[in-house]
Design a protein around this ligand. Structure first.
Ligand code: GAP
Length: 527
């Protein structure tokens, strides 16, 4: 499996992700996306929005601001309760996130430990500073919100916070959204946007950052209709690798089972929760993630957030172990009630059936980090090919930053470059493409494979006489010939995976291949 260090180096080299302000030595927990990375990240967000908002009738979107009225964060519980446990070295003053330190030193899960449990652990296990081996001090709660001031006065009345999650804007805007979009329960409000957490120990590249992005949905249902999920029939046969809280207590491993079996055996209690777990899992799988690499894990009682009735995480097997990719909490009416109490406003809906006002419940809050999804798709796609002697980024075509590369076989033959450039201009009207004339075709294939371009189109001398071109498939290195007239249509079909590669044109036979031996990417021809 690829390591985080290899991925970090690869991402820098290929223009995917850079350490923020690297020329000044960087700043921990902040990263910048480069020219290829920003395209991949935008494609992830676009696919998420299409699947979760545009293709559904029951979900609408918003785009809230990063800074909100500070009472939003008092109402949500973040001002008082959004903290991790911090412990410092008594000698060198190095600071640690206590649960992570315990996990690292004792190799146990510590996410459910309370502040007093942590202090007890540090004392009884005699844990020391990992830097200078001196004793650790008393652990304390550390609030993760970044503070700022709004306006020219920098006093306590001007304090505001950079949002630590996008979620609260869906609650604060709930009534306005429901009324203006004429939403009928059940319905969801979705948002993609930046979130900020002053993490004590940012680590593992894009996994734990201080500035990151979230893609979240608050899904609201009628409070008396927890068991009525109209969509459950569509996912009953869907299989998940499930790790219930009971299995964790007993120390047994995750089991593969259908949603139907999980509901029947009361492992997942709510059909809504089951539906959203399957729906979210399916989004990653549809975009190329191996289902064996994702499991769903239920939070044990002590681990649940203050607002959550039940929470399941989608976990991915990252190079550093199984870790949270997405949380799906059942938040009940906690947030809406808190905002009703703190704002004094009526955020209820009128129920036509009972003719009463109701406060909807959030039965599921699928919340994914964009950057963690980015890391997942990178891990899934990254393959060092021994045969080709370079990395091939086997991204799903929908995520690929550039969809096609166009090469004239020789860059000094005008009849080839003219035709190749015309083809490039035409293709670029439909999707992002790259025109590359530099080095041998083998080198150009390698450059394209490394940034995940699914198809390379070569214009050779036959293209002039026969009016066709070759398309090469990134993953198999097979080639087909396709008439220029059909090229755009075939590429569209290939990118949408509507047609098998071998059926999209005439497969180039081995003897034809030998004719262009230097085009063979496995030959690793140098300039
Ligand atoms: N609104 C619920 C919420 O924010 P969370 O479990 O704290 O729940 C949801 O965060 C998701 O946001 C996580 O599953 C993860 O994908 C992403 N996330 C959280 N903290 C992060 C961080 N420091 N860096 C990168 N992604 C993070």
């Amino acid at each position: 499996m690829v390591t985080v260090e290899e991925l970090t180096t690869f991402c820098k080299k290929k223009g995917l992700v850079f350490a923020n302000s690297e020329i000044y030595g960087g700043i921990a927990g902040f990263f910048d996306y480069g020219p290829i990375g920003v395209e991949l990240k935008n494609n992830i967000k676009k696919e998420w929005w299409t699947y979760h908002v545009q293709q559904r009738q029951d979900v609408v979107g918003i785009d809230g601001s990063i800074i909100a009225h500070p009472t939003v964060w008092i109402a949500s519980g973040h001002v008082n309760g959004f903290s991790d446990v911090l412990v410092s070295c008594t000698k060198c003053n190095e600071r640690f996130r206590a649960d992570v330190l315990i996990e690292d030193l004792l190799n146990i899960s510590a996410s459910s430990l309370t502040l007093s449990d942590i202090n007890e652990f540090i004392r009884t296990k005699n844990l020391k500073c990992t830097k200078c081996k001196s004793p650790l001090g008393e652990a304390s709660a550390f609030n993760l919100m970044f503070q700022t001031f709004v306006g020219p006065k920098q006093d306590k009345d001007a304090i505001a916070y950079l949002r630590p999650e996008t979620a609260q804007l869906m609650f604060a805007n709930f009534k306005l959204v429901a009324e203006t979009a004429r939403c009928k329960l059940p319905f969801g409000i979705a948002q993609i946007g930046k979130a900020f957490r002053n993490e004590i120990s940012p680590r593992n590249f894009l996994f734990r950052m201080r500035e990151f992005e979230q893609m979240e949905i608050e899904y609201f249902i009628h409070p008396d209709k927890h068991d009525e999920c109209p969509f459950i029939k569509h996912v009953l046969e869907y299989e998940l690798l499930i790790l219930s809280s009971e299995s964790q207590i007993k120390g047994t491993s995750a089991t593969k089972m259908t949603i139907a079996a999980a509901l029947e055996n009361n492992i997942i209690q709510s059909p809504w929760h089951a539906y959203w777990l399957a729906t979210e899992h399916n989004w990653f799988v549809k975009l190329g993630c191996n289902p064996e690499h994702i499991r769903v894990r239920q939070h044990v009682t002590e681990e649940k957030a203050h607002y959550a009735k039940d929470t399941w995480d989608l976990e991915y097997e990252f190079p550093f172990g199984w870790k949270e990719l997405q949380g799906i909490a059942d938040r009940s009416d906690y947030d809406l009630q808190q905002h009703i109490k703190n704002s004094g406003k009526d955020l209820s809906l009128y129920d036509e059936e009972t003719k009463k006002k109701i406060v909807p419940h959030v039965v599921a809050e699928p919340s994914t980090g964009v950057d963690r999804a980015f890391l997942l798709f990178l891990c899934e796609a990254y393959l060092y090919s021994k045969e080709r002697d370079y990395v091939v980024l086997r991204l799903h075509p929908a995520l690929a930053p550039v969809k096609a590369a166009i090469f004239p076989l020789l860059s000094n033959k005008e009849e080839l470059t003219k035709l190749a450039h015309k083809i490039y201009e035409d293709i670029r009207e439909d999707f992002p493409a790259q025109y590359d004339t530099s080095g041998s075709v083998g080198r150009r294939y390698a450059r394209a494979d490394e940034i995940g371009i699914p198809y390379c189109i070569t214009i050779d001398f036959d293209s002039i006489t026969n009016k066709d071109v070759t398309i090469r498939d990134r993953d198999t290195a097979s080639q087909i010939r396709v008439p220029i007239k059909q090229l755009q249509q075939r590429l569209c079909q290939l990118l949408k995976q509507e047609i098998a590669f071998e059926k999209a044109g005439v497969l180039v036979k081995k003897e034809n291949n030998t004719q262009h031996n230097s085009d063979d990417p496995t030959s690793n021809t140098q300039n």
